[in-house]
Ligand binder design. Sequence first.
Ligand code: ADP
Ligand code: MG
Length: 353
Amino acid sequence: MILTMDEFAIIHRFFTWPKRNGRTLLGVGDDAALIRPVDRPIAITTDTLVEGVHFLPEAPSESVGHRALAVNLSDLAAMGAEPSWALLAMTLPEADIGWLERFRRGAERLARRYGIDLIGGDTTRGPCTVVTVTALGEVPEGEVLRRFGAKAGDLVCVTGTLGDAALGLKMLKGEIMWRSEEAVRRHLFPEPQVGAGLLLRGRATACIDLSDGLLADLGHILEASGVGATLEWEALPLSPAVRRYLSESGDRLFPLREGEDYHLCFTLPPAKQSVLEDLGLAFYPIGTIEGRRGLRIRDRGEEVALEPLGYRHFGKDPASENRRISSNASLGYRHFGKDPSSGPNVSLPSCSL
Ligand code: ADP
Ligand code: MG
């Protein structure tokens, strides 16, 4: 069902949610929101999802709503911050009530789980769907998790299995002829590791979320900390579906190179391992930080050849090409087949990279 609603009707109907946070003084509705300041630092982050780049044009909008918030909560988790507020800027080709309703459901369910208030945003029309969320969270000074701080001897750990989200995307794109519902779910509804981030505060020596792939993201920790690492192949947490894909494709670096798992990668002094286990945090030690720079992977004593792979939007390496949702990036795609220049009162540029 496609109906035209003006932006105020859209905001009123879909993006005016009940307030849950006592420090929200003013949410959606005026020219700006008001929040009560806290005596702790506020972590602020923003991330954009572009149709055809970060989600398939035919992706369920419940997933788009969930992911738009989840990727931001993942950034807050990686800082050890507790999420409190979000803003949502949307560009839509048309007001599709069904799409918007499912989008809202996906985003609001996640927001409700963490007591986050949606306090503002922007709603505009454009040639393809672009969703930008800004998230704010709080973290005690001195307990902020940073990318630097990893020390030789620390364990390198991850909070979940690697490569599932990318595998799920391959399944949705029809590049694999079998299906793992769990892998598809990991792509459509990644779970930000907010609770893990809170438990890692004051314990992990460095932390990052896995958005661009373990090699790239751990690479940031190593670079920022001025150290290197050796990972043990046998220790990598891989789901049965990813193991099956590796054996069928022979692409064993797949789970290390591919991103969007939104688990956390962190470094931990070995003495803290049992503390975290006692707190009930599920995590996997996968290697060790070393003074010698660079990232190495060992499989039963033998070093596995590695290239510095990881997604870069403007990179030239083939991995960047693979990671785009649609390799031809037909971003002129519109949900409603309507010439955008015939719609709103401005003529819109075509949406292509
Ligand atoms: P202005 O023209 O002053 O920027 P808008 O008409 O864009 O105001 O927005 C009206 C109110 O609705 C503001 O409080 C704004 O933050 C909020 N808002 C607009 N779009 C969204 C959205 N997609 N989600 C949440 N809040 C929104
Ligand atoms: Mg506005």
